[in-house]
Design a protein around this ligand. Sequence first.
Ligand code: MG
Length: 389
Amino acid sequence: MKITDVQACVIGKSEPHSGGSIWTFVRVYTDEGIVGTGECNSAGIFTSGFATKETVLTLKDLLIGEDPFNIGPLYEKMRRRGRYAGGNSAPFTFALTGIENALFDIVGKALGVPVYKLLGGQFRDRIRLYADCHAGETNEPAAYAARAQEVVAEGYSAVKFDVDHKADAKLDRHNWTVGAAEMTHIVDLIAATREGIGYDVDLAIDCHGQFDLPSAITLAKAVEDLRLMWLEEPLPAENIDALAQVRASTSTVICTGENHYTRFDFLELLRQKAVDVIMPDLAKAGGILEAKRIADMADTHYIPVAPHNVSSPLGMMAACHVLASIPNFLVLEFHGREISWWEDLCIGDKPFIQSGWMEVSDSPGVGVELDETVARSLLWNGDVYFVAP
Ligand SMILES: [Mg+2]
């Protein structure tokens, strides 16, 4: 089998509270008529998908005429081409991820097996989800508690809330210090949410990497008794040593990873003892095999994996195949609760999401395809749909 063409297409629509609902999809075509589709995160506003699309197309010449079963060598060839061009970050790893996922989709379809069977098999046949939640525009403790209760009533055993958006409470808009009143408000939000759902539901809190070191430590220590599933990105992603100081200062579980890429970034997080839980985004961290390498490395440190996820059903199912195949999976994010067309974009065994779980597809390949009619109606900013060669 030979690869005959590689195309990319940007699809989605900007939605509030979606975490970024515009995605770059990759299609890899073969001379045997098997077509694979992969998804790349587009990181919302930053690239709007087109930088990722351009990057995919610059890698096309490395793939044409090659055997799609050679995922490992092809991956390294692409990855090494990018090493002088930010090859360990966005949008390069986004593109690499989407292409690699499309190759796995082809191999699974060619062999008639779901992707998880190519990864060593299945620890679990359904994936536990947590809902990323928003409490309207009020940002008041009672609203957080009410939204958390509403989501738990839908069947979710874990929820996550943001606490970093009270910008008008800041004493200084340019530093990352949490002022006294803001800190009180944040702790009140978390405490009210915990009180609303009790201690039998997991609660994660996201800081979006917007606090400085003393603020992060103060917050982490202030919420120790609230037994968080994790405190996420209490610091920006760049300085891992600083995050290690936060972790060493507190019994609150510290999590990061959605802005880290490939095994090399996660090696540093683990080596520097900066995290209790890692949360790679599997639509941007480097691909299915790279995600497995990251998870296996974390497992040797007894660290669980709880991926960040703002993908469409296609990218999310690709992640589920990885998470089915690793022992140290904790929980997967679901960010599409408030996107009315999220399930409609794809074809597969629906509903994709049920009562806080996603069933892993047993169809060959990833097991989810774009619904062409819906996808065409959601082409982003004038982009054109795939054209079969
Ligand atoms: Mg986050």
